[in-house]
Write a protein that binds this ligand. Structure first.
Ligand SMILES: [Zn+2]
Length: 112
């Protein structure tokens, strides 16, 4: 899980298999600890983001700026996973110099 998401969740001691479970902080705050509506979420970035995206409480609790920051975290993570290949990218700089000779247009002077 991305470290920064910790601000948006509440940790629990519960587990689902090998996964830790947590609460969405917005839901936790709004519904209360003992609410039956309060659902545990698997403590994984993609699971949390999926919840946040669909969570009314989350949308109510944070402004757009903060939300986009949270969702950007998820984007960043998936990008890192994709760009995991370690090949050095050789940049081929094609120096194609198309020298456009600026022709001084000969203005045809009216011959006298
Ligand atoms: Zn929630």
């Amino acid at each position: 899980m991305v470290q920064s998401l910790k601000n948006y969740i509440v940790k629990t001691n519960k587990k689902s298999g090998n996964n830790n479970l947590c609460y969405c902080k917005a839901c936790f705050t709004k519904l209360g600890k003992n609410s039956l509506k309060l659902k545990t979420i698997i403590d994984k970035t993609e699971r949390l983001i999926t919840h946040f995206k669909n969570c009314r409480n989350f949308h109510d609790a944070y402004d757009n700026d903060e939300k986009s920051k949270v969702f950007a975290l998820a984007m960043k993570k998936s990008n890192l996973m994709e760009v995991n290949t370690n090949d050095s990218s050789n940049q081929q700089l094609l120096l194609q110099r198309d020298s456009v000779s600026s022709r001084s247009s000969l203005s045809s002077l009216p011959s006298q």
